[in-house]
Design a protein. Structure first.
Length: 135
């Protein structure tokens, strides 16, 4: 997996400052504009589970349901690591990574620091009894 700002030959991803010698790529075209634009991530609610290395059954149940035999699957994960099938192909999830179910039902691993910077726990709405006590 490529690190941030790493660009491989033939790659069509936008380049960060380090890939362009400190200059921003102004080739982004959107709505007939050619300058760079800033975007804010839309607030969406996702579901996620953290891979602890000891919760294989819960992670697999969360992603795609149990395999035919747990023992064989557990051996495979112990040998090859936990692979998550994403829209971009198979990605290895490390212990500590969060496994996210995206807005279209897709799955992908997310590093804990990125997860913490991007998401916060959903706050449950107040029950009617609690609202009556407060108001």
């Amino acid at each position: 997996m490529k690190e941030n700002n790493e660009v491989m030959q033939g790659d069509n991803h936008a380049r960060g400052p380090s890939a362009s010698g400190g200059r921003r790529n102004k080739g982004t075209k959107m709505n007939d504009k050619t300058e760079s634009l800033r975007f804010t991530k839309k607030p969406v609610t996702i579901e996620a589970i953290q891979w602890t290395g000891k919760n294989l059954r819960e992670v697999i149940t969360f992603t795609d349901g149990p395999p035919d035999t747990w023992e064989a699957y557990a051996d495979l994960v112990a040998r090859d690591g936990l692979k998550i099938y994403t829209l971009e192909g198979k990605l290895l999830a490390n212990v500590g990574d969060w496994i996210i179910r995206g807005v279209k039902g897709e799955y992908y691993p997310c590093k804990p620091d990125i997860f913490e910077a991007t998401y916060s726990p959903e706050v449950a709405p107040l029950s009617s009894a609690m609202r009556e006590l407060i108001y």
